[in-house]
Design a binder for this molecule. Sequence first.
Ligand code: SAM
Length: 202
Amino acid sequence: MPVASTPLQEIREFFNQAAADEEHFPTTIDPRIYHVKLVLQHMGDVAGKRVADLGCGKGRFARLIQERYPSAQVYALDLAEAMLVHVPEGIHRAAATLTALPLATASCDGAYATESLEHAVDIETAVAELCRIVKPGGKIVIIDKNAEAWGRLKTPEWERWFGRKEMEKLLRRHCREVSSQPISYWEDVAPDGLFLAWLAVK
Ligand SMILES: C[S@@+](CC[C@H](N)C(=O)[O-])C[C@H]1O[C@@H](n2cnc3c(N)ncnc32)[C@H](O)[C@@H]1O
């Protein structure tokens, strides 16, 4: 079946079932992991600000942001309701697709998507939506897997990994500053080429 025709319902069902797999879809994340540090670093001080976690899963990143900045308004959005039930109280939760976000244009000071865009199928629309909800000057982080490492892990048929330049180009349509870098879980371990991070300022 061509990837473009994979129904959203099939992807939702996959992740609703995956929510029971705490080993591969954990509720929490070690704050020392570089992925977390990078998101926090790029978002900056979000006290009193509005931040969106797109394709939030169980909200492991959103949870840390809310703990660090209790006055932040954190929005956690995901396709799979079974993931969202794990998102802590105090965080705004909503079932939504990355390609049609239920947030107003320029309503967020920052937004990030960690290992979720790779499932969005219509990537151009998802990146446009991510950028739409962020204010001019607001911060954007995408962490996903590197197209050059494709094949290293088992993937569902709709999953896509991205080239550095490919995602930079999509972000540049909407953002004034865009950069990317290979990352690993630990700051003192050289990246093995699996993960890339894109940082942008709208
Ligand atoms: C690998 S998990 C990552 C979750 C979370 N970002 C994290 O790092 O823990 C991918 C998540 O993306 C969500 N997802 C997949 N396709 C989506 C879509 N079209 N819209 C919104 N969420 C989606 C899944 O339900 C799943 O929770």
